[in-house]
Design a protein. Structure first.
Length: 114
């Protein structure tokens, strides 16, 4: 069974940065095929960024140029570097396969506010 544990969230001022981590354990099909999602209050969970191989990434238009997804195979960890954060980035962030194949973790709260 795959376990996903997100961390790294917090309260940050607009324009600030955070790096989220997703520790993966269990029999995952491919660590090179992972994604970050987020869910803001009252909104549906949305895809933020995904990676299908080292050279194939996707970013939602709202985060393009500000967020970067990366993978450390040696640590079985997926990262999301978030720069130039905006109040509209406030949400709970989750990792999963792009297909949402695994059980969701608890997520990590990101709050962007002055």
């Amino acid at each position: 069974q795959v376990q996903l544990v997100e961390s790294g969230g917090g309260l940050v001022q607009p324009g600030g940065s955070l790096r989220l981590s997703c520790a993966i354990s269990g029999n995952i099909f491919s660590i090179n095929n992972m994604a970050w999602f987020r869910q803001a209050p009252g909104k549906q969970r949305e895809l933020v960024a995904s990676v299908r191989s080292r050279d194939s990434t996707y970013y939602a238009d709202s985060v393009k140029g500000r967020f970067t997804i990366s993978i450390d195979n040696t640590k079985s960890t997926v990262y999301l570097q978030m720069n130039s954060l905006k109040p509209e980035d406030t949400a709970v962030y989750y990792c999963n396969a792009p297909s949402r194949a695994y059980s969701w973790g608890q997520g990590t709260q990101v709050t962007v506010s002055s």
